[in-house]
Design a protein around this ligand. Structure first.
Ligand code: ZN
Length: 488
């Protein structure tokens, strides 16, 4: 596929032609999960959004180094009651090594990602494994004069930084407004200004996750890990940095400030952010009582759900909206997506079994180009899906014998479906239209025609056995007036 892509850059607030620093290589960093709890929908959306971008860049022939971190230091998520970090708290309660807790949730996250068919990144660095790099980064910021030590902690001097650069350029905020709104936050006695953020925090005695540093035994500030690990693996300048829109401020704003302070320039060329997920029109949150984990979606065990939804239904549902719009999860919307995905799967199964004729009487001209244009237009997945549904209608007409398709056009149609449905949208289709599954489809057809013959001969044991065993394997078999239909 041609190397062509327009992406919306949060920093410039407009769509831009994507031009990587190196014409053949792309460096891409996405903020990964904080591992302290079970994966939820909020984790699924950035993972799927940037998975599609990763898959597209690979399809366009780029070599991509995709870095997605694991935040396992746990300093971010404090319990409101005692301010203790959650990994440390769980570790103490259950007499576990903190890394056991982090590993447990990392494994669960990986399983959920695998089920959602999200490709693993090229590098998945852990914050806890890059303490030295983070300490070195802090030293650079101190040397440049944009950070100060206070009682064993180190803070970024936002006001001083803002006098030379623009703090707030990504989120569109300004420092006066921030000084106004952050005045009342706690722990600011050590700081010169309420807007200053921690680069290093001295650990309290109850903290069990801490590391030695020139300033104190403590732990790095959250924003720092992405600056340090992004630079370590992608260089002082790289192409794309992504994450959820909730990370624009303060996380990504602080990353820009840190790299500009430490290196003298910004590191990221294109900032991309996916929008949020709501549930029945409400923001999702534990306190709102509408928090659904990915496992609960897959098993249907949440009281908010009327049934289980397959990982591919969740993926398809997320892709049916543009990544920059909000997505609202409701049972009705998920059911509609499930039906839509079934229709697409049926078309894929039929496509694998169509036989060519001499001529083509359906309009599938330009399908590939339309799909390519849509995906290259800032990842417009809903438009790609609508083009695929149009093609599915054509497939059904041919399947019903009301139209025909030539051998060349059939090959092209199968190739477009393979590229877009499986490679780029990343939908796992049971009986997908490729050469391997063609043989597999023919084998199932053969079994079912033997069953038909058995039925005609009134050989009920053979006929029942084929039907029952295929059903047990997960096939749905339907007898039609001129034969049979099946799907997995
Ligand atoms: Zn980050």
């Amino acid at each position: 596929m041609e190397k062509k892509l327009q992406i919306y850059n949060t920093l410039t607030r407009k769509k831009e032609e994507f031009k990587p620093l190196n014409p053949d290589h792309v460096g891409m960093y996405v903020c990964g999960p904080t591992v302290y709890g079970d994966g939820h929908l909020g984790h699924a959306r950035p993972a799927i959004t940037f998975d599609v971008l990763y898959r597209l860049l690979l399809s366009q022939g780029y070599k991509v180094r995709y870095v997605r971190n694991i935040t396992d230091v746990g300093h971010l998520e404090h319990d409101a009651d005692d301010g203790e970090d959650k990994i440390a708290k769980k570790a103490k309660l259950e007499q576990l090594e903190p890394m056991e807790v982090a590993q447990y949730y990392t494994n669960r996250y990986h399983t959920a990602m695998e089920r959602l068919n999200v490709l693993p990144p090229s590098i998945e660095p852990h914050a806890s494994g890059h303490i030295i790099e983070q300490i070195e980064y802090i030293k650079k910021i101190i040397d440049a004069g944009f950070a100060y030590e206070s009682q064993g902690s180190v803070y970024f001097d936002v006001e001083k930084y803002n006098s030379r650069h623009h703090y707030g350029k990504l989120s569109g905020r300004n420092i006066d407004e921030l000084l106004e709104t952050t005045r009342q936050l706690d722990g600011q006695d050590e700081k010169r200004r309420s807007v200053d953020f921690a680069l290093w925090k001295k650990a309290q005695p109850e903290h069990i996750m801490h590391w030695p540093s020139p300033w104190s035994d403590g732990f790095p500030g959250w924003h720092l890990e992405c600056s340090a690990m992004g630079t370590k693996y992608l260089g002082e300048q790289f192409d794309i940095h992504g994450g959820g829109i909730d990370l624009v401020f303060p996380h990504h704003e602080c990353e820009i400030a840190q790299s500009t302070a430490a290196l003298g320039h910004e590191t990221v060329r294109y900032w991309m952010h996916n929008n949020m997920i709501t549930i029945n029109g409400q923001k999702m949150g534990k306190s709102l009582g509408n928090f659904i984990t990915l496992d609960e979606f897959f098993n249907g065990t949440s009281p908010l759900l009327t049934q289980a939804y397959s990982p591919m239904t969740i993926r398809f549902f997320i892709l049916q909206a543009h990544y920059r719009s909000t997505v609202d999860f409701s049972n009705e919307a998920l059911l509609a997506s499930q039906k839509g995905l079934e229709r697409l799967e049926e078309a894929c199964a039929r496509l694998a079994r169509l036989t060519p004729s001499a001529t083509t009487t359906v309009d599938i001209q330009g399908l590939r180009q339309r799909c390519e244009e849509a995906i290259a237009d800032d990842l417009n997945t809903p438009i790609v899906i609508s083009h695929l549904f149009d093609a599915a209608k054509a497939i059904n007409t041919i399947h019903d014998g009301k139209a025909t398709i030539s051998a060349d056009d059939l090959d092209e149609l199968r190739s477009v479906f393979h590229t877009f449905v499986e490679d780029i949208l990343g939908l796992r289709i049971g009986t997908a239209a490729d050469n391997n599954s063609e043989a597999y489809s023919k084998a199932i057809d053969l079994l079912l025609s033997i069953r038909q013959q058995a039925k005609a001969n009134k050989d009920w044991p053979t006929s029942d056995r084929i039907r029952n065993e295929l059903t047990e394997m997960g096939f749905t078999i339907k007898d039609t007036k001129d034969g049979f239909e099946w799907k997995l």
